[in-house]
Design a protein around this ligand. Structure first.
Ligand SMILES: Nc1ncnc2c1ncn2[C@@H]1O[C@H](COP(=O)(O)OP(=O)(O)OP(=O)(O)O)[C@@H](O)[C@H]1O
Length: 359
């Protein structure tokens, strides 16, 4: 997949921009000029949402009533025109002039991998944010997973409502177990793959193991989907009385978590709680690079990488090694200062919402 160009109207501080893109696109400039806003615009064009806010109205340029994004995209050997407009509360997304109804499906259609400070912050916040990030990644890998997840949450909502009303939940159990067992098994498999890749990437980048990832499941993990389903069923039975008392579903994929640990001098510690700022960034970059590799090995459609202000934090040796892992993708990278060894790639100077190529 490749973004050929982008038109932006009234998106945050970007008033009216028309940009043509390359394989590597570097946005540089002082703080608060609109670099991240451009990445947010690209992310929005491809996913129908922002990575910074749920309140989409705040994205509309102050004093205006709507924003508009349009991009030509090379996608599965065809040219697609993607358009997004937000006017007041009304959001419209079009692909080749046709309204897209289920824009949640964009996560699978258009694989995007974001590296951002916002995600590092979200990773620190709580299990639901970490589950969201894992779900987002697996949804870009598998449409089946993406669909099962949304059906699981619908079934969970109904089951919790039934528990709240002190009615019999057994009607919802088979759906919950079927979908939940599949989701758990898929997560277990993807996390195993991430584990392997994280080891490879750490060794490549640092010459040693740096990060360990673990999936913490509320249901004992099994070696097959059937076993997972059985385990989930058993756990639900075990929790039956407690659930009646607490009035919500106590086990399942909606209760799980992901933990990242730093490995140092044979000691392992929770990156989120004990990691230094530098370790957190490095750990996060390794975790993301592992995902880039998995995605490109498993999907024909090449992901686009959006890298917001993280590259410059690495020393040059690590920058060069990270570059080796990402250089074959279309990249949109922001940085407040120019990066010496990338100086020959196209640079867009961003100043007060205006953009000048190769300034
Ligand atoms: N809805 C909006 N309308 C107009 N301007 C906005 C809106 N939302 C945010 N901004 C402006 O966008 C600017 C931030 O832009 P952005 O986050 O892209 O900065 P940046 O160039 O990435 O900076 P940094 O290097 O500090 O991350 C803020 O200064 C803010 O004034």
């Amino acid at each position: 997949m490749r973004l050929i160009d982008l038109k932006v109207i009234n998106f945050r501080n970007l008033k009216n921009l028309s940009l043509n893109f390359f394989d590597v696109n570097i946005f540089y400039g002082e703080n608060a000029q609109g670099k991240t806003n451009i990445l947010e615009g690209i992310y929005f064009l491809f996913s129908g949402k922002s990575f910074r806010t749920k309140n989409e109205k705040e994205i509309i340029r102050w004093g205006e009533e709507s924003f508009y994004l349009k991009g030509n995209v090379d996608w599965q050997s065809q040219n697609l025109i993607l358009e997004t407009a937000l006017s007041g509360e009304e959001k419209r997304i079009k692909i080749n002039q046709k309204n897209l109804k289920r824009y949640r499906d964009m996560v699978f259609l258009f694989p995007i991998i974001l590296f951002s400070q916002e995600e590092i912050e979200n990773f620190k916040k709580g299990p639901s944010q970490r589950r969201y990030l894992l779900n987002r990644f697996i949804s870009t890998l598998s449409y089946k997973y993406h669909k099962a997840l949304s059906e699981y949450y619908k079934a969970l909502y109904q089951r919790n409502l039934t528990l709240k009303n002190e009615r019999d939940v057994s009607l919802w159990n088979s759906t919950l177990i079927r979908l939940g067992g599949y989701i758990l098994f898929e997560r277990r498999n993807v996390m195993e793959e991430i584990k392997r890749k994280v080891k490879e990437v750490s060794n490549n980048l640092l010459g040693r193991d740096f990060l360990e990832v673990e999936y913490l499941s509320s249901v004992p993990l099994g070696d097959s989907e059937e076993e997972m389903l059985k385990n989930f069923e058993t756990m639900l039975k075990e929790k039956e009385w407690e659930e009646k008392r607490k009035k919500y579903t106590l086990v399942g994929p909606h209760r799980d978590d992901v933990i990242l640990r730093v490995i140092r001098d044979n000691v392992k510690y929770d990156l989120r709680k004990f990691g230094s700022a530098g370790e957190k960034k490095l750990g996060y970059i390794i975790w993301k690079l592992a995902q880039v590799e998995i995605l490109s090995e498993n999907r024909k459609e090449k992901p686009i990488l959006l890298i917001d202000d993280l590259f410059g934090d690495l020393d040059e040796d690590k920058q060069r090694k990270v570059w080796e892992g990402i250089k074959n993708f279309q990249i949109f990278l922001t940085t407040p200062i120019r990066i010496e060894f990338l100086k020959d790639f196209p640079h867009f100077l961003v100043k007060n919402g205006e953009v000048i190529l190769n300034a």
